[in-house]
Design a binder for this molecule. Structure first.
Ligand SMILES: [Zn+2]
Length: 289
């Protein structure tokens, strides 16, 4: 009987679950690290700021349907966006039970009633800002208290969505990007531009009605995306490449809301030649399109 069980665990079918968890975690870590740098750089442009610890949690949205079944009940640490911010207090695999004495069961609850680990960071963004947060974690069966340092950043999340479609979008709070688009965007620099573009929509509250047309909002988001990617230390020139990828995945789909790709690419190239430094406030005029 024992042999039979061991044999079953060694079957390729049984290990594919682990593979997909590794894949999901790789997407999550990549996006969280880029998002962290972009949100740190965007701090002065945000209407509000948050203090957040530099750990990354597993998130169900990164998994295909049914593939998340092996996730534990408690959110767990899969890595770090900022080793200094992690402070060595946590290790990957730590399961979080409470933050600042608030049980994690409350922190996983979203506004939509769904219980998900990805809601935890959104709750931290709304806590009283702290230089470090006290976490109750479970490690190898033992419960311990740890203090995890935090850094100031522009609040909100970039959510990884499982899906082949090449898509990135945002609402007033968060940004989302699909695994399909991440697969096609070769460099982190290109991903940084896409996240920066979507972050612009949240910072400028573009989904609300305002004086700008949709196309103007998109043009402003393009320039902000390139600008903030540069401020975060990425190569902003890769924005041109990123738009080429988006174009290849959305043929004709954006023509009503966005200017033609060539025009967008030229506008970004033009902007990068005169871009103000990162200390100056980001400004945008209709002439820059
Ligand atoms: Zn946009």
């Amino acid at each position: 009987m024992v042999f039979l069980i061991s044999f079953c665990l060694a079957l390729p079918g049984a290990s594919s679950g682990a593979d997909s968890r590794e894949r999901a975690e790789a997407y999550l870590l990549r996006v969280a690290r880029i998002d962290w740098r972009i949100r740190r750089a965007a701090l002065k442009d945000c209407p509000v700021s948050a203090m957040r610890p530099g750990f990354v949690l597993d998130a169900r949205s990164a998994y295909g349907a049914g593939k998340e079944a092996r996730l534990p009940d408690l959110p767990w640490v899969i890595g770090f966006t900022d080793m200094a911010a992690a402070g060595g207090a946590l290790v990957p695999g730590d399961e979080i039970r409470a933050i600042e004495r608030v049980p994690v069961s409350q922190l996983m609850q979203g506004a939509d009633g769904q219980i998900l680990p990805e809601h935890v960071l959104a709750h931290i963004d709304h806590m009283v800002p702290q230089a470090s947060y006290r976490l109750e974690v479970q490690r190898a069966g033992h419960v311990r208290s740890v203090d995890v340092p935090a850094r100031a950043l522009c609040p909100g999340l970039t959510i990884v969505k499982q899906g082949r479609r090449g898509d990135a979008f945002s609402d007033l709070r968060n940004v989302a990007i699909t695994t399909g688009l991440l697969d096609k965007l070769g460099s982190d620099d290109a991903v940084a531009f896409i996240i920066g573009h979507e972050l612009a929509h949240t910072i400028f509250a573009d989904s609300r009605k305002g004086p700008l047309s949709r196309r103007d909002k998109e043009s402003r988001a393009d320039l902000y995306g390139a600008h903030i990617a540069a401020c975060a230390g990425f190569d902003p020139g890769k924005a041109i490449e990123a738009l080429a990828v988006v174009r290849s995945m959305n043929i004709g789909g954006l023509s009503l809301t966005h200017r033609p790709y060539k025009v967008r690419q030229q506008a970004i190239a033009q902007y990068l030649s005169v871009r103000p430094d990162c200390q100056a406030a980001f400004t945008w005029g209709r002439g820059e399109e």
